[in-house]
Design a protein around this ligand. Structure first.
Ligand code: NAG
Ligand code: NAG
Ligand code: NAG
Ligand code: NAG
Ligand code: NAG
Ligand code: NAG
Ligand code: NAG
Ligand code: NAG
Ligand code: NAG
Ligand code: NAG
Ligand code: NAG
Length: 804
């Protein structure tokens, strides 16, 4: 969010600002204005305290449709009040009963202190909000990259549900808002990206499914998951508002002085459709998210937040967003201040962004300029000038405010939502949420090496262990990752281990806790290499050599780490990737090491050897190889060369899962009208068929393929296992992905038993590829359905042809 120039300052200011604010007011979040915390705007006593009669404001009339109420509200507002409503920290309009509202809250993997809205009490000033209980902590779930490794959609949704429950409880106590700018669903295009930990990895479909589930968990109210036929999706009530960010082609923070603020991503349309936009499209269409955030960077010269094609035409038009579009914080400011849009004045940047479809401008309102004046967002700062100069239309302002207030209406900001109004402190850090946090962290653990079944350790036999390494007492930062709040409970790896065994410096079992931390990978900070710090590597090798028995290496990191030195070292018997596992992380790690939980996580992104990054700059956006520059392809979809250390989907278990499929092949004939046929790029020497491919958009494709995968647990330990289904396009198609994920399902299989997992693939979704022309097409020819893991691989061909 925050610009890197201001990041350090911001951290300082945050501490100071929260003290000042704590002391100054008790009404700075939620519905305020009279010194009392209300859970809704339309409360007669609130109006009365303002000297107003609520009945004279139709926007509080619950008999009217939301659209009419919002129209009434905006109708009351002066142009100045409207402009004041365009930034993230709004002043409201007390004369008409409209309170201040702060839009910026974060909940990436639990309620976060990032942004000015979510306010935990502070031990120094425990009675910050008079009349409500003090709340110091919230549940901190594992980071998103961990949760992604579980490949468990139920988990992703459950986390969203738990977080939104804690959010509504905070709101009821006047300590939080209703609009959350999470999740972060940018695809990890390059292994150096500093924000990898915040994301669900490198596969656009998996990232998209994460988005859909987390958003539905945050937003959906039971019974209101969909609207009835003929109903208006713009009025579907929601629990909290989620936001898919950062749209689009944003996955570089600061690499060799290329910063996200100034970066001009040169992106082919094919990559936009296939990779950069795909998770956003799924988030909007399938998740029905109520907000999308545009990013700092430019795309082919145009700032993302001022691109009407990306905003109005694509998100709002093609994908039918029901909600509002917000800028990344200061994204409009950098267009001018940092000259990312040469020649555009503050007024012009603001006017162009609003016109392009941006509804809300986040600016760093808690910052003060050199004269001590608050630095506000550009829209509310320059909006009046823009209107007066005839560059901004009031009707465009009305449209933006309508999108905002419709979202607040759906959230019950005006009327409350009965089933959430009694949520309170007891619903934060509840036992249920804490156990979901441990369970989630365990589900995401990925076992990378386990020679001679070194793991799990038998606590009774081992009795004592020698623990070493910088992450034994991992500071919260290293466990919790970023965008976090103070956790309910904090369990270090050492504390987790101590529940099973005692420690001894002369014990023969040594466990090393290494990895990297947020000084190496974080927002505003891309990685220089994929290695562990040099002295850590040396220390691990030294300890392994001196140890009589092979050691266990636990790696904490968001992105992949080149641990080739450990992969091939016989004295390093096991490698466990723990990600950044959150407040309960130490428990989760210990449960896996001592066999209380059988690890089933699979890598949601390729782990590369360090040499990979010497072969291409981070600024090259192409996913496919660029032969003329010698760049290899990116992600498992376009690279499977020698620099892969552990491939996408890699992960061991304490048992073996074998697959069986009885499908030996399927023919699909799809009748098409000739006009739906599209070109297909073939490899040299292959001749095109009469109808090489069909355009998915033009075709109401209902053909499906059903099959069962029998998952056989051949060992004597039960465990969960994600079954990942890939498809491979016909071999003769040029520049196609090597393979791509089209479905996945995590299942539990008891020891020595079999579970059948049923899959139904829609032919137009599962076998589609994106052509050079940027059309999404289904190619004719023989595609392959492939299900594989470290121990097993099964596949069957699917022959598709199009008949006139
Ligand atoms: C907070 O409440 C006080 C009265 O208690 C009022 O004067 C002030 O305007 C309120 N502030 C906001 C931002 O609503
Ligand atoms: C609320 O709206 C309904 C429907 O238009 C109307 O009949 C009613 O009089 C309104 N209530 C008030 C208090 O204005
Ligand atoms: C980045 O910029 C700084 C300051 O302008 C300069 O000292 C440094 O050499 C640059 N680094 C690279 C990798 O270009
Ligand atoms: C953007 O511009 C502002 C104002 O000129 C400056 O303070 C800041 O350092 C710049 N940020 C970047 C990332 O260039
Ligand atoms: C809970 O919050 C309090 C107050 O911020 C903090 O002192 C404490 O360390 C937090 N608890 C944990 C386990 O981090
Ligand atoms: C460590 O291993 C050595 C050799 O295998 C053995 O002699 C020794 O007793 C072990 N020490 C402990 C503390 O288990
Ligand atoms: C590696 O070196 C850094 C910087 O000198 C130091 O902070 C860190 O503790 C060292 N780590 C290990 C594992 O020795
Ligand atoms: C499970 O799937 C296999 C094919 O893979 C099939 O032969 C078997 O009948 C199925 N079992 C059940 C219980 O459905
Ligand atoms: C599977 O193979 C058998 C024997 O080759 C064949 O008779 C059968 O039609 C095939 N089934 C499918 C679905 O292709
Ligand atoms: C998926 O996650 C849910 C929620 O945490 C959990 O109850 C379930 O056991 C998990 N499924 C598997 C197969 O691990
Ligand atoms: C697939 O498995 C389900 C049970 O999980 C079973 O009902 C169905 O008959 C199986 N289908 C095939 C083709 O084996």
């Amino acid at each position: 969010m925050a610009s890197s120039s201001s990041l350090h300052l911001l951290v300082l200011l945050l501490a100071v600002a929260s003290l000042i604010l704590c002391a100054a007011s008790s009404n700075d979040t939620g519905v305020s204005g009279t010194g009392k915390v209300y859970t809704k705007v339309c409360e007669p006593a609130r109006f009365a305290a303002l000297g107003l009669d609520m009945e004279s404001f139709q926007y509080c009339n619950v008999s009217l449709p939301y659209a009419d109420r919002v129209r009434d509200l905006i109708g009351w507002m002066t142009v100045k009040e409207k402009v004041g409503g365009l930034g993230d920290w709004t002043a409201g309009a007390p004369r008409i009963g409209l309170p201040a509202y702060k839009w910026w809250s974060e909940a990436l993997h639990g309620l976060s202190t990032t942004g000015p809205t979510t306010r935990f009490d502070n031990l120094a000033t425990p009675h910050l909000h008079s009349g409500t209980a003090a709340v110091y902590n919230a549940t901190v779930f594992a980071n998103v990259i961990n949760s992604a490794a579980s490949f468990n959609e139920t988990l992703w949704k459950s986390i969203g549900q738990a977080v939104s429950t804690e959010a509504r409880a905070m709101y009821n106590m006047g300590k939080g808002g209703l609009t959350y700018w999470s999740p972060n669903i940018n695809v990890v295009r390059d292994p150096r990206w500093g924000r990898t930990l915040e994301t669900p990895g490198e596969d656009p479909y998996v990232v998209g499914r994460y988005a859909v589930n987390f958003v539905r968990g945050m937003q959906d109210i039971p019974g209101h998951e969909t609207v009835a036929a003929g109903g208006d999706p713009n009025t579907r009530p929601i629990k909290t508002s989620a936001c898919c960010k950062h749209y689009a082609a944003y996955d570089l923070d600061d690499w060799k002085n290329h910063t996200r603020f100034k970066f001009n991503a040169r992106v082919e349309e094919r990559d936009m459709i296939e990779t950069f936009q795909r998770p956003f499209e799924m988030c909007v269409r399938d998740g029905d998210v109520s907000s999308v955030m545009c990013s700092y960077n430019r795309i082919n010269g145009v700032p993302a937040c001022a691109d009407s094609h990306l905003l109005s035409q694509t998100i709002r038009g093609d994908w039918q967003l029901h909600g509002y579009i917000v800028s990344d914080c200061d994204a409009v400011r950098v267009m001018t201040d940092n000259a990312t849009w040469p020649g555009y004045s503050p007024v012009e940047s603001s006017a162009a962004s609003l016109k392009a479809g941006l509804d809300l401008d986040c600016g760093e309102s808690w910052m003060k300029d050199a004269n001590g004046k608050p630095v506000m967002d550009f829209f509310s700062t320059y909006g009046m000038d823009a209107v007066n100069m005839g560059k901004m239309r009031e009707s465009d302002i009305d449209k933006a405010l309508t999108n905002q207030y419709m979202t607040l209406m759906r959230l019950g900001y005006f009327d409350d939502i009965a089933q959430y109004s009694s949520l309170s402190k007891k619903d934060i850090c509840s036992d249920e949420h804490k156990s979901l946090a441990v369970d989630g962290a365990r589900q995401g653990m990925v076992l990378l090496k386990n020679e001679n079944n070194l793991l799990p350790l038998d606590a009774k036999k081992v009795a004592r262990v020698n623990v070493r390494g910088p992450h034994i007492q991992a500071p919260e930062k290293a466990m919790d990752g970023d965008y976090t709040g103070p956790p309910c409970r904090y369990v270090t790896p050492r504390q987790g281990i101590s529940k099973f065994v005692k420690f001894s410096h002369v014990a023969n079992t040594t466990i090393y806790f290494g990895g990297i931390n947020l000084n190496i990978e974080s927002e505003g900070n891309d990685r220089e290499d994929l290695l562990l710090p040099k002295n850590q590597t040396e220390q691990i090798i030294r300890i392994a050599k001196a140890s009589p028995n092979p050691i266990i290496l636990v790696i904490l990191s968001g992105g992949g780490v080149d641990v080739s030195f450990a992969q091939n070292n016989p004295k390093i018997g096991a490698i466990l990737w723990a990600g950044y596992p959150g407040g309960e992380g130490g428990n989760a790690i210990a449960d896996v090491i001592f066999g209380q939980y059988n690890p089933g996580g699979r890598l949601p992104l390729t782990w590369f050897k360090n040499n990979y990054i010497n072969q291409l700059p981070m600024t090259s956006m192409e996913l496919r190889p660029v032969p003329k520059l010698g760049y290899p392809g990116r992600t498992y979809k376009f690279y499977d060369g020698p620099e892969v250390l552990y491939p996408f989907g890699y992960g061991l278990s304490y048992t073996k899962f074998l697959y069986k499929m009885d499908a030996n092949g399927t023919d699909v004939a799809i009748p098409v009208a000739g006009r739906h046929c599209k070109q297909l790029s073939y490899k040299p020497g292959v001749s095109a068929s009469a109808c090489p491919a069909i355009n998915v958009d033009g075709h109401a494709c209902t053909e499906t393929i059903r099959f069962n995968v029998s998952v056989i647990n051949s060992g004597d330990k039960g465990g969960s296992h994600p079954v990942i289904v890939f498809t491979k396009p016909p071999a003769e198609v040029d520049e196609a992905p090597i393979k791509q994920v089209v479905a996945f399902q995590r299942v539990f299989v008891h020891a020595r038993s079999t579970v059948n997992v049923s899959f139904t693939l829609n032919v137009c979704k599962a076998f589609a590829i994106v052509e050079k022309t940027a059309y999404t097409v289904v190619p004719s020819g023989v595609s392959t359905v492939l299900v594989e893991n470290v121990d097993s691989s099964v596949s069957f061909p699917v022959k598709i042809n199009f008949s006139a």
